[in-house]
Design a protein around this ligand. Structure first.
Ligand SMILES: Nc1ncnc2c1ncn2[C@@H]1O[C@H](COP(=O)(O)OP(=O)(O)O)[C@@H](O)[C@H]1O
Ligand SMILES: [Mg+2]
Length: 236
């Protein structure tokens, strides 16, 4: 098992955001985490990368418990995040934003090579490498955010609602890129509100509702499940 969350609870101050979340991701899988606004998707991601302490339960990565790890250690372990809202530095160049993703010693050493790989995945970024990230379109900015996350050569890539503010054509391009990345052996956990878009990519999903995992299963099984249809197919 690559990633395993066992009955985790997370509190934001006095407010419990996650109650009893369990999920697992196998090496090489494409898994979606679905749920409405406020369901607890970003909190779950934050718990995985060590941004939020666990009040209950455990997070394991490759059999090792991560519960007390800090974010930087998580990156060293091979987990990388494309955060909600992209979090680029708008006044810095595309190149500089990508360079920010080279957290690990290995990534810093191979930076030129890693950046060339990103430019091969997203050729437009090479063209715009000297422009400020803030001047790019939403879709191009998302490519920068994905590229930055790939700079540390992750084995597990987490994406938190990456398609907000991105044109449908560019979403398709980014999904194609993610498929390529999966073929190269990277495992992906994608947070998404739009079920159809999530299942354009993911083969299995978990559904979060009010901080609890309420449904999970393969794409085909979920799409046939009347409970899933009732809760989710109208969404997004
Ligand atoms: N830093 C925070 N402080 C207090 N409450 C928070 C914080 N982050 C999220 N919450 C609350 O936790 C719940 C889950 O939020 P979140 O994980 O961001 O949901 P989602 O990503 O699914 O939209 C929501 O009720 C939200 O208001
Ligand atoms: Mg969120």
């Amino acid at each position: 098992m690559m990633l395993e969350l066992k009955n985790i609870a997370v509190d934001h101050g006095k407010v419990r955001a996650l109650w009893d979340v369990s999920l697992h991701v196998e090496q090489g899988e494409r898994v979606a985490l679905l749920g409405a606004n406020g369901a607890g998707k970003s909190t779950t991601i934050g718990a995985i990368i060590g941004l939020y302490p666990l009040s209950e339960g455990s997070v394991s990565y490759e059999g090792k418990e991560l519960s007390h790890h800090r974010t930087a250690e998580t990156v060293n372990e091979g987990i990388s995040l494309v955060p909600e809202g992209r979090r680029l530095f708008p006044g810095m160049s595309v190149f500089e934003n990508l360079a920010m993703g080279a957290y690990t010693r290995r990534a810093r050493k191979n930076m030129a090579e890693e950046i060339e790989k990103i430019y091969t995945l997203f050729p437009i970024l090479k063209e715009k490498r000297r422009q400020n990230a803030g001047e790019l379109s939403g879709g191009q900015q998302q490519q920068v955010a994905v590229g930055r996350a790939l700079m540390s050569s992750p084995r597990l890539l987490l994406l938190d609602e990456p398609f907000i503010g991105v044109a449908p054509k560019v979403i398709d391009e980014i999904l194609d890129t993610l498929r390529k990345i999966v073929e190269e052996g990277v495992t992906v956990l994608l947070v998404e509100q739009n079920v159809h878009r999530a299942f354009d990519f993911a083969t299995r999903a978990y559904v979060l509702e009010n901080g609890r995992t309420v449904l999970d299963g393969d794409r085909e099984r979920l799409l046939d499940d009347p409970e899933f249809a009732r809760t989710f197919l109208g969404l997004g």
